[in-house]
Design a protein around this ligand. Structure first.
Ligand SMILES: Nc1ncnc2c1ncn2[C@@H]1O[C@H](COP(=O)(O)OP(=O)(O)O)[C@@H](O)[C@H]1O
Ligand SMILES: [Mg+2]
Length: 218
C-alpha cells in the first residue's frame, strides 16, 4: 500500500439550481495525511457530503485541484478515475448498502471479490472484532440497522484501501459501537498508513480525531 497524502487546493463546487448558480462547497485548501484520522464536521448543508463526492471523483469540482501525492486526480479521464478508485478507495456511507441476497460474511468479502483480493480471513477477523461472529451467515434482512452498518464498515476495511472516506458512519450506531468504530478507524489509519477522512458530528468520533476540519455553510 502506498502512503500518500490527499492535497486539495482551492477546491470548490457549485451546482445550477433553478437557473441560479448555487455553491455547495466553499473554497477549501487542505492536506489530509496518511496515518491520520481526519474528521470533517459542520452544519447540515455545509458541503461535507459534497467534499467526499469530490474526493471519490464521483463529482467533478467547479474549481480547484485534488492531488494524491504527485498525481493530479482532477485531470484523470473517467476510465483512469475508475481504475484509481478500484485500487485506492474505500467508501462507507451513512446507511449501509448491502446486497440483500448475500450473507453478512459474503457482503463483507464482496469488495475484495470484485477486486480479485483474498480477504476472507481479514473479513472474518474484523466481523468478530465488531461483535458479529454469530451473525456471519445472516442475510441483511435478518440484521439490525447497526449490525448492517458494521458489516458495511468491515466490507470497506477488509480491502485495506489507502484512502478511506466515510460519511457519518456511526449515524445508526449506539454510543458503545460508535466509540468502537471511531477507535477502529483511527487504528486502521495508523497500522496501514492509510488516510481516513470521516464526516461526523458524533462527539465520540470528533474526540478520536487527529485533525478536525469544520466546514461552514457556503
Ligand atoms: N445536486 C445538487 N443540486 C442542488 N443542490 C445540491 C446538490 N448537491 C448538494 N446540494 C446542496 O449543497 C449543499 C451542501 O450539500 P451536502 O454536501 O449534502 O451538505 P452536508 O453533507 O454538509 O449536509 C446543500 O445546501 C445541498 O442542498
Ligand atoms: Mg451529508
Amino acid at each position: 500500500m502506498s502512503a500518500l497524502p490527499v492535497i486539495v487546493e482551492g477546491l470548490s463546487h457549485s451546482v445550477l439550481d433553478s437557473g441560479q448558480e448555487k455553491r455547495t462547497l466553499a473554497p477549501l485548501s487542505r492536506s489530509f495525511l496518511p496515518g491520520k484520522l481526519h474528521v470533517v464536521s459542520g452544519p447540515s448543508g455545509s458541503g461535507k457530503t459534497t467534499l467526499l463526492s469530490l474526493l471519490a471523483l464521483s463529482v467533478r469540482p467547479s474549481r480547484g485541484l485534488i492531488h494524491w501525492g504527485k498525481l493530479n486526480l482532477t485531470q484523470l479521464s473517467h476510465p483512469d478515475a475508475a481504475t484509481w478508485r478500484k485500487a485506492n478507495l474505500g467508501l462507507i456511507f451513512q446507511t449501509s448498502r448491502l446486497v440483500s441476497v448475500m450473507t453478512a460474511v459474503e457482503n463483507a468479502c464482496f469488495g475484495g471479490r470484485i477486486r480479485g483480493l483474498r480477504i476472507e480471513d481479514e473479513a472474518h477477523r474484523l466481523l468478530a472484532g465488531f461483535g458479529l461472529a454469530g451473525r456471519m451467515d445472516q442475510l441483511p434482512s435478518q440484521l439490525s440497522g447497526g449490525e448492517k452498518q458494521r458489516v458495511a464498515i468491515v466490507q470497506a476495511l477488509a480491502c485495506r484501501p489507502p484512502l478511506l472516506l466515510a460519511d457519518e458512519p456511526t449515524a445508526s450506531l449506539d454510543s458503545a459501537n460508535a466509540a468502537f468504530v471511531a477507535e477502529t478507524l483511527k487504528a486502521y489509519a495508523r497500522s496501514n498508513s492509510a488516510c481516513v477522512i470521516c464526516v461526523s458530528h458524533d462527539a465520540t468520533v470528533i474526540d478520536a480525531a487527529d485533525d478536525l476540519l469544520t466546514l461552514a455553510r457556503p
